[in-house]
Write a protein that binds this ligand. Structure first.
Ligand SMILES: CSC[C@H]1O[C@H](OP(=O)(O)O)[C@H](O)[C@@H]1O
Length: 359
């Protein structure tokens, strides 16, 4: 079970009770509610409608969905169908495909009567791997933050985009992992969190960092460039959904614009992601599937009114045409380095990294 860590756990895979409970992130920050997922269909829906979101977390939820499927039937055909349903929920994050394919391959390789128990154990193992991944990644991220702090000799201002935090993973997050541990180690810093329209995942980052006592400012997406130009940002750290073999990185829409502004202002721009986020079969960013989501995410927003009543309101002409890609690709040339659970790698290290990657 992921620890509370002064923020609600994102997922709990109860191997003994064969139960999957997730935090419904659509209700945050106004309501903290957990919901049980009863079968693979509900797991797929939770991924698709972003009840759960964040590349590592949707990977874990995909694995949990396969365990729920095995509860229903251990027939190979049924498990293949469940795997396809889960993988179809969202196309960009490599974690989902990896986790579901990993589970299916292992289950197909065993006798049907062993599959149900094994599925729950494998799903719980994948969840634990994500937990320990972010703790390892934090150590490497902290070295980057510490080195910059020693160089500048003053409190740091770090910008991040979307939510690649605890709420996107099972423990410390990826982009936020080193921020948590560096702050814990006494390094003074302030985080500037892009609100990240249209689903506003940056408000989740601000919420979780504030809960941890870390100084954080929520900013409009369009403010980040100006803060960088004025010298108000020392470092940018973002997460990733899929990294191509040449280092081109797919992440939440808007990441590319922050990378451009960082490059224009000579600000270090790091991608923080586990090695498993590298898709070595994708030669470059053009090979990464980019999810297009409903225009209603642009037209409607959820919140509370002045009386504290939750509401979803339409903030545009209801019939306005929209384009809503969920992700963009940051070209490798704009990325200073990759902070992973196995160390920090520059672009020129990727060939070696690929050779030694046994993902
Ligand atoms: C460590 S989370 C990685 C990645 O996932 C998020 O996307 P979404 O909220 O749509 O699931 C965002 O792109 C994060 O950077």
């Amino acid at each position: 079970m992921s620890v509370e860590f002064n923020s609600p756990y994102t997922v709990f895979i109860d191997e003994a009770e064969r139960r999957v409970t997730v935090l419904d992130q659509r209700l945050l920050p106004h309501r903290v509610e957990h919901v049980d997922l009863k079968n693979a269909q509900e797991a797929a829906e939770a991924i698709r409608d972003m009840t759960v979101r964040g590349a590592p977390l949707i990977g874990v939820t995909g694995a949990a969905g396969m365990a729920l499927a095995a509860d229903e039937s251990t027939e190979t055909g049924f498990l293949i169908e469940a795997a396809n349903l889960l993988k179809s929920a969202r196309p960009t994050a490599v974690n989902l495909n990896w986790a579901v394919d990993f589970m299916l391959k292992r289950l197909k390789g065993m006798e049907p009567d062993r599959r149900r128990k094994a599925a729950w154990h494998l799903a719980a193992e994948i969840c634990e791997q994500e937990r320990t991944m972010s703790i390892r990644l934090a150590k490497h991220a902290q070295t980057i933050i510490e080195a910059l702090y020693l160089k500048l000799g003053r409190p740091l201002n770090i910008l991040t985009h979307c939510n690649a935090g605890k709420l996107a993973t099972v423990e410390l997050g990826t982009a936020t992992a080193g921020i948590y541990t560096a702050f814990e180690a006494g390094i003074p810093l302030t985080v500037y969190a892009d609100e990240t329209r249209p689903r506003l995942q940056g408000t989740l980052t601000a919420w979780e960092l504030k809960a941890a006592g870390i100084p954080v400012c929520l900013i409009a997406d369009n403010a980040g460039g100006e803060l960088m130009r004025e010298g108000g940002i020392d470092l940018v750290i973002v997460g990733a959904d899929r990294i191509a073999a040449n280092g081109d990185t797919a992440n939440k829409i808007g990441t590319y614009l922050k990378a451009l502004a960082a490059a224009d202002n000579q600000i270090p721009f790091y991608v923080a992601a586990p090695i498993s986020t590298f898709d070595w079969t994708a030669k470059s960013g053009g090979d990464i599937p980019i999810e297009n989501r409903s225009g209603d995410e642009i037209r409607w927003v959820r919140g509370v009114d002045k009386h504290g009543q939750e509401a979803e309101v339409c903030i545009t002409d209801p019939g306005i045409a929209t384009v809503n890609p969920g992700f963009d690709v940051t070209p490798a040339r704009l990325i200073t380095g990759f902070i992973t659970d196995r160390g920090v790698f520059a672009l020129e290290d990727l060939k070696d990294l690929r050779m030694n990657s046994h993902v």
